[in-house]
Ligand binder design. Structure first.
Ligand SMILES: [Zn+2]
Ligand SMILES: [Zn+2]
Length: 293
C-alpha cells in the first residue's frame, strides 16, 4: 500500500514538537522554495494559477495588451497612422512591421526588467509572447485555403535582429533583440544569423525627438563582412524550396524589442536591402517587434 503523505500543518503536534532543529529547518527551506516557485514574477502574488507565459499568473496574463486588430497594414499600428500615410512608397525599406503588444506601463515594466535590469525570469515569458506574435504573422501572410500550397506563399529564410553597439553590449551583457530573435528561430526551426553590426553608439533613442532619431540613424548600421557569402547560401536554400518566380529572393524576419517611430527598422532594412541589391539579391524584409509604443 502507498504510504500516506502528510503536510506540515497536518502533522500531529506531538510528532512536530519532537522533531530536531535540522528537520524543522529543512521543512522551512522546502516551504520557502515551494513558495518562491509559485510566486508570479509580475505581481509577486503567491498563486497556483499560472498562465502559458512562464512565471506569469493568470490574473497578470489577461492584462497582456495584445494587438489583435491593426489599422495600419504597413507598421501594424492598432490606431489611425498618419506617419505611414506621409511616407512615400520608395522610402519604405521593409514590407511591414507587426508588434505583439502595446507598450502599456505594465509592459514597460516587464521589458525594463528584462532589458535594463537583466532579470532573466522575463526572457521566457517575453519570448513566448513574441512567438505567439510570429505565429499570428505567419497566419496572416500564408493566407487561408486556395490552390497554392501555404508554404510557398510566405516562408522566412533567415531570422535576424537589430544590433546594439559594443558599448551597450558591454553594459547590458546581452542584446535583448537577439534573445527574442533567437527564441523565434529556435521554436520554429529557422536559422538565426546576425546580419548587422552597429559600429557607433547613437545614444539612448528614448531621449530624442523624432527628427533627431531619424538623423542619428543614418549610417548607424553596417552589414557583417560575410554578407555576400551568406546571401549566396541563403539564396541557394531558398531556391531549393521555391519556383523560379522566387529566384534570387530571400525573406528576412528582422526582430527588435520596441517600435517607436520605425526609424531604427528603416535604417536596418535600408542597409540590408542595399547591400543585397548590390549582390543581385532581392530581400523581402518583414519586421516583428515585441511592443508598439
Ligand atoms: Zn501576477
Ligand atoms: Zn503606420
Amino acid at each position: 500500500m502507498k504510504p500516506k503523505t502528510m503536510s506540515v500543518r497536518k502533522l500531529p503536534r506531538k510528532v512536530y514538537s519532537g522533531m530536531g532543529m535540522i528537520s524543522k529547518t529543512r521543512l522551512f527551506m522546502n516551504w520557502l522554495l515551494h513558495r518562491q516557485s509559485q510566486t508570479c514574477i509580475s505581481c509577486n502574488t503567491l498563486t497556483g494559477h499560472f498562465s502559458e507565459y512562464s512565471g506569469i499568473c493568470t490574473s497578470c496574463s489577461v492584462q497582456i495588451p495584445w494587438i489583435y486588430k491593426i489599422r495600419c497594414v504597413h507598421c501594424g499600428r492598432p490606431t489611425f497612422c498618419p506617419d505611414c500615410l506621409r511616407l512615400v512608397p520608395s522610402a519604405r525599406y521593409y514590407v511591414c512591421n507587426r508588434s505583439a503588444i502595446s507598450y502599456t506601463p505594465m509592459m514597460r515594466e516587464w521589458i525594463g526588467q528584462f532589458k535594463y535590469r537583466g532579470n532573466e525570469k522575463y526572457a521566457s515569458a517575453l519570448g513566448e509572447i513574441m512567438n505567439r506574435a510570429y505565429r499570428a504573422m505567419r497566419h496572416e501572410f500564408t493566407g487561408r485555403g486556395g490552390s497554392v500550397p501555404k508554404r510557398s506563399l510566405w516562408n522566412v529564410d533567415v531570422v535576424t535582429c537589430v544590433p546594439v553597439s559594443e558599448t551597450r553590449l558591454a553594459e547590458r551583457g546581452f542584446n535583448q533583440a537577439q534573445v527574442l530573435a533567437e527564441e523565434i528561430a529556435r521554436r520554429n526551426k529557422l536559422p538565426f544569423v546576425s546580419l548587422l553590426a552597429r559600429p557607433q553608439d547613437t545614444g539612448k533613442q528614448s531621449f530624442k525627438t523624432k527628427k533627431e532619431r531619424i538623423s542619428s540613424m543614418d549610417n548607424a548600421f553596417a552589414v557583417i563582412p560575410d554578407m555576400a557569402k551568406l546571401l549566396k547560401s541563403l539564396v541557394l536554400k531558398a531556391d531549393s524550396r521555391y519556383t523560379s518566380a522566387r529566384m534570387q529572393s530571400v525573406t528576412v524576419l528582422l526582430v527588435d524589442d520596441i517600435y517607436t517611430t520605425g526609424s531604427t527598422l528603416q535604417a536596418c532594412a535600408r542597409v540590408l536591402g542595399e547591400e543585397a541589391a548590390e549582390q543581385g539579391v532581392h530581400l523581402a524584409i518583414f519586421c516583428l517587434t515585441l511592443a508598439r509604443s
